[in-house]
Design a protein around this ligand. Structure first.
Ligand SMILES: CCCCCCCCCCCCC/C=C/[C@@H](O)[C@H](CO)NC(=O)CCCCCCCCCCCCCCC
Ligand SMILES: Nc1ncnc2c1ncn2[C@@H]1O[C@H](COP(=O)(O)OP(=O)(O)OP(=O)(O)O)[C@@H](O)[C@H]1O
Ligand SMILES: [Ca+2]
Length: 548
């Protein structure tokens, strides 16, 4: 037992160079460092340079040899080397070699699977190393072994199936992860399936597609949990049962904002590596109700006004793929609509930070960690039927004319807006950032939009307000029935570019619609409530400095 904790130290060869390799179960990491320049007959320029560097290093007492180190948690697999090297090396080491595959940080937030082959002088040493690494890998208990994968073949640029087969499946198989793969045949296929399937045999569910596909998987899992726990989703104040299974996202959509804001990039290989090493990121979920009837859950953006109108227009142009959003965004910007209504909300406790904080939510965020403890205690109290003590403040009511009402449950960072709609929003603190953009000129609205792209403070504009909240209500000024009947009211909302036939401007509504993670809601009057850390993802949040 004692020997299992001691480091394994051996001389192994990497690319024909003698290295000292150390496998330290205490750190726990695998590291290797070149011991001396390659020996052998013959002279080549590289070797001369190498020796000169070694000599200079020794003279200055700094031998310039790089130490490589890989945490065990980031090793993907270890395997006996098959004969793929030139026969010289193969003969020299009598066929004894093993290869370690590991996750390596490439560019910012982008990970790649790298490999290093270690050559051993004898078979026993080779076997000892492979067994020692495998033993340490077995201790990585958070890694998934069996996954359920849903692929939307029509999301984004319709590349979901190819992306999964070419970039992800080979990595899962290298990591000995087995999968049941379902290519969806219709919308809601994944969601419906998750209500029926035996989930006990899986360690996670993977969504290959965009935010809409993720939303389907999430609705399936949350809905299933509530059904199994006899919780009525129509009750807006019911404490929801959290989901134990983690969800992985392989981005293949048009916005991929949930992936981008939880991993830092929308790259299928990076996401596959986070899944393999069993990363964990808790995430808040908002429930949306209308008159005590459950409508939907949201994790990224609930947007009324501008983003609702963009969505509505873009749905007609799904054939355009991701470009549909830019096209409809431009049209919606020109149509320049505002909507009247009342927003009521309770501001969250100040310990949960402010939307105007300069620091952002990152891997290991202390505000989210604090919420993990609180949510655990709250669930325990609920389990033992103990009383709740909510210390939320008074309700604030704002009546007005709005260009946009955006509720960001996370930063909503995506390739179109790398900082997102609310750069300081938290993934798992149990809060939403409510952004109110009041009626303003076209030029001012453009200034607001441009700030989604640059470094300027998005909220430092006279017509923009932002609040960190746990729950809010929205009531449109005009009743929802009026919206379809009252043509006179519609006319009041015409503007320069609308010629009155409304076929192209999409302005034939007094009310806008809610864009809920890219899906349209059927009602404008809503009650929204955040459920702290309801779901878990195979991710780790944004790493501060991803490249070592
Ligand atoms: C001048 C440049 C301004 C550029 C401003 C870019 C803002 C981009 C903000 C993206 C925020 C995404 C929030 C995430 C929402 C997701 O849950 C949802 C589902 O995937 N995606 C969308 O609704 C997809 C929403 C996509 C919205 C695209 C809006 C594009 C606006 C273009 C306006 C151009 C005006 C030009 C005037 C000369
Ligand atoms: N086989 C299918 N046929 C038609 N629609 C599907 C199918 N499978 C899933 N869907 C639906 O397609 C919708 C959009 O999918 P997805 O989110 O993957 O792509 P996207 O909308 O292009 O990307 P994003 O949501 O990132 O903007 C989802 O709402 C999902 O319910
Ligand atoms: Ca949140």
């Amino acid at each position: 037992m004692e020997s299992a904790r001691r480091p394994l130290v051996s001389q192994l060869w990497v690319k024909n160079r003698r290295n000292e390799a150390v496998l330290d179960p205490e750190r726990p990491a695998l590291s290797w460092k070149e011991l001396q320049p390659k020996s052998g007959r013959g002279l080549c320029l590289a070797r001369v340079l190498h020796r000169a560097r070694g000599l200079i290093g020794r003279l200055t007492e700094q031998y310039p040899s790089v130490c490589h180190s890989v945490p065990i948690s980031e090793i993907i697999a270890v395997e006996t080397e098959q004969k793929r090297y030139n026969s010289d090396t193969w003969q020299k080491f009598n066929h004894h070699a093993f290869t370690v595959h590991y996750a390596q940080r490439a560019q910012k937030h982008c990970w790649r699977c790298s490999a290093v082959t270690f050559w051993c002088k004898d078979e026993e040493l080779c076997h000892q190393w492979i067994q020692a690494i495998k033993k340490l890998l077995e201790l990585q208990t958070s890694r998934p072994k069996h996954l359920l994968v849903y692929i939307n073949p029509y999301g984004g640029k319709q590349q979901g199936k190819q992306i999964y087969e070419q970039k992800v499946a080979p990595l899962f198989s290298l990591a000995s992860i087995t999968t049941d793969v379902i290519v969806t045949e219709r919308a809601n296929h994944a969601k419906d399936d998750l209500f029926e399937v035996n989930l006990e045999k899986y360690d996670g569910v993977i969504s290959v597609g965009g935010d809409g596909m993720f939303s389907e998987v999430m609705h399936g899992l949350i809905g299933r949990m509530q059904k199994d726990s006899s919780i009525d989703q129509n009750n807006p104040s019911a404490p929801l049962a959290p989901c134990n299974l983690r969800i992985g996202i392989i981005p293949a959509g048009s916005t991929d904002c949930i992936c981008y804001a939880t991993v830092g990039i929308n790259d299928p290989v990076t996401s596959a590596l986070h899944i393999i090493i069993g990363d964990l990121q808790h995430m808040d979920v908002c429930s949306v109700h209308h008159n005590n009837t459950f409508l939907k859950y949201s994790v990224s953006l609930l947007g009324y006004g501008f983003y609702g109108d963009v969505l509505k227009d873009s749905e007609k142009n799904r054939w355009m793929g991701p470009t549909r959003y830019d096209f409809s965004g431009f049209k919606t910007f020109l149509s320049h609509h505002y909507y009247e209504g009342t927003v009521s909300f309770q501001q969250a406790n100040q310990t949960l930070g402010s939307p105007r904080d300069k620091s952002t939510c990152q891997s290991g965020c202390y505000i989210c960690k604090q919420s993990t403890q609180e949510v655990e205690e709250k669930r325990k109290r609920h389990h033992y039927n103990l009383e709740e003590t909510e210390d939320d403040g008074d309700w604030k009511v704002i009546r007005g004319k709005f260009m946009a009402i955006n509720a960001a449950n996370m930063s909503c960072a995506c390739p179109r807006s790398p900082k997102g709609l609310s750069p300081a929003a938290h993934l798992a603190a149990g809060t939403i950032d409510l952004i109110l953009v009041r009626r303003c000129s076209r030029l001012n609205f453009l200034r607001h939009l441009v700030r989604h792209k640059n470094q300027d403070d998005q909220f430092d504009l006279a017509f923009v307000e932002v609040y960190r909240v746990k729950t809010f209500l929205f009531t449109p000024k005009h009743s929802e029935n009026e919206d379809t009947d009252n043509k006179d009211v519609r006319k009041k909302h015409f503007n320069q570019i609308c010629n009155g036939n409304h076929s192209s401007c999409g302005c034939n509504h007094v009310n806008s619609i809610w864009n809920c993670d890219g899906e349209a809601l059927d009602h404008a009057a809503v009650e929204v409530r955040v459920h702290c850390q309801l779901i878990k993802l195979f991710a780790r949040g944004i790493e501060e400095d991803s490249k070592p």
